[in-house]
Each structure stands twice: as structure tokens, then as C-alpha cells.
Design a protein around this ligand. Structure first.
Ligand code: GLP
Length: 241
């Protein structure tokens, strides 16, 4: 596993955007796996600038997002569907039909999960997966004690995650308690992974991910076994590395 250190959030975001841009230049019809949360917002801004400066073209790119809340309307500003459209997709030339986010309102959630997995396979798998990390070490919504063999599946959110994500909602009672998430197996099958982290809240999770024992209690620790994984970490989150 490679560790790239950055002095600040802007540098972390720029380095991540450079890697995504390189991937798209190398393989214009590549498949990107993308993440939500505060962490990758700077990377999306950089990529939008690069697109506007004609440094990168997303017209043949396919995107699969990591996860989506269940039972939240897609038009709700806290849905990941809304987040991706409003923070990234609407500013670039990716084709709508090539963007995929699990449908957390599907009637048959298990079938939705199987279908998501099928669609990823039909596209030849994910070339580059971008990850953030929860303070409890989750990636996507793969919470501690996850089964490492899981593919896209329904997850019950951890109390710590509900608490952390309640900052985006009016009250904790509004935070969805379940979600659809790519599984660890899906994530590990990506040909390349980059995990971004910044801020003191991630110190412990980053230390355990990079230097701890591989353990389902720290889901991100499994990426130590990935042949092409890179952590891009800003100095406050890297304090214990
Ligand atoms: C969320 C998402 C993750 C994200 C993580 C960290 O719950 N499901 O994909 O990486 O929490 O979010 P943030 O970047 O806001 O700290």
C-alpha cells in the first residue's frame, strides 16, 4: 500500500484529482467508482476545473457510486443521488446513462443489489475506486464487523455513522438507518483504489487502516491486501503514521 502525504486539504484534493484525470486519459472509456461525504468535495471541484480547462473528457466514462441511503427520496438534498448530481455530474460531460447510484427506494432491495453488481461486471469491473473513510474505519457503508466477502448489499448503519451523518440532517431522527453499499469484495475487485482522508477525526481510522491488523472491525484495513491501493492523507489525519 502506498501512502501519499499532503500538507493540506487542497493538496490532497489536487493529488486525488490528478490520479483520476490520469486514469481517464489512459483509458477514456474507463469505469470509475466514486464516493460521497465531505472529503472528496475538493477533488470534485478540481476535476470540474480540469474539465473546464479541457484537460479531461468524461464523455466515455462510466461511474458507479459506492452507496446510497435507503428510504430517502432521490430529490432529498441529503441523498447521494442529489450530492453527485449537484457536486459533480451537472458540471461535467459524463452521460447520464453512464452514471449509476444504487436505488435505495427499490421495491426489491436484494434484486437491486444483485443488479448493481451485474452492471459493474458487465462494464468489465471498476478501474479506479475512490474511497473516503468513516471515523470508525468504514468504507462505503461497510460498517465494523462486516463480512469481507460481501458484494453489494443492504446494510444497517452503525450508531457512530448515524451520529456523524446527522450533521447533514435537521435531527438525528431523520438520518436513514439503512443503506445499499458496494461490499468489500466489490471494492477489492477494483483494479486500483485511492482512499482520501483529512482532519483529526480520521487519525485513528487511518492509523488502523494503514498500520493495524487486518480486521473486519476496521473494514478499511482490508485494503492492505489490495495490489494497487494508495492512501492520500493530509497531515492532521496522518499524525500517527
Ligand atoms: C459516509 C459515506 C462514506 C464516506 C464517509 C466519510 O457515511 N458513506 O462513503 O467516506 O461517510 O464521510 P466524510 O468524508 O464526510 O467524513
Amino acid at each position: 500500500m502506498r501512502i501519499i502525504r499532503a500538507d493540506n486539504y487542497e493538496e490532497m484534493s489536487k493529488k486525488a484529482a490528478d490520479i483520476v484525470k490520469s486514469q481517464v486519459i489512459l483509458k477514456p472509456d474507463c469505469v470509475l467508482g466514486l464516493a460521497t461525504g465531505d472529503t472528496p468535495l475538493g477533488m470534485y471541484s478540481e476535476l470540474i476545473n480540469m474539465y473546464e480547462n479541457k484537460e479531461v473528457d468524461f464523455s466515455d466514462v462510466t461511474i458507479f457510486n459506492l452507496d446510497e441511503y435507503c428510504k430517502l427520496n432521490r430529490e432529498n438534498a441529503q441523498s447521494y443521488f442529489y450530492y453527485m448530481n449537484h457536486n459533480f455530474f451537472k458540471y461535467i460531460n459524463v452521460k447520464k446513462k453512464n452514471t449509476h447510484i444504487p436505488n435505495g427506494n427499490a421495491k426489491d432491495i436484494d434484486e437491486e443489489c444483485r443488479d448493481y453488481e451485474r452492471q459493474i461486471k458487465n462494464k468489465g469491473g471498476i478501474d479506479l475506486q475512490v474511497l473516503g473513510i468513516g471515523a470508525n474505519g468504514h468504507i462505503g457503508f461497510n460498517e465494523p464487523a462486516i463480512n469481507f466477502e460481501a458484494e453489494t448489499h443492504l446494510v444497517k448503519l452503525d450508531e457512530m455513522t448515524i451520529e456523524a451523518n446527522s450533521r447533514f440532517f435537521n435531527s438525528i431522527a431523520e438520518v436513514p438507518t439503512s443503506a445499499i453499499s458496494m461490499g468489500i469484495k466489490t471494492i477489492m475487485q477494483s483494479r486500483m483504489l485511492i482512499l482520501l482522508a483529512n482532519g483529526e477525526a480520521k487519525v485513528d481510522a487511518i492509523f488502523k487502516t494503514a498500520k493495524g491488523k487486518i480486521n473486519p472491525k476496521v473494514p478499511a484495513s482490508i485494503i492492505q491486501l489490495h495490489p494497487n491501493a494508495t492512501i492520500i492523507v493530509e497531515k492532521y489525519a496522518a499524525k500517527l503514521l
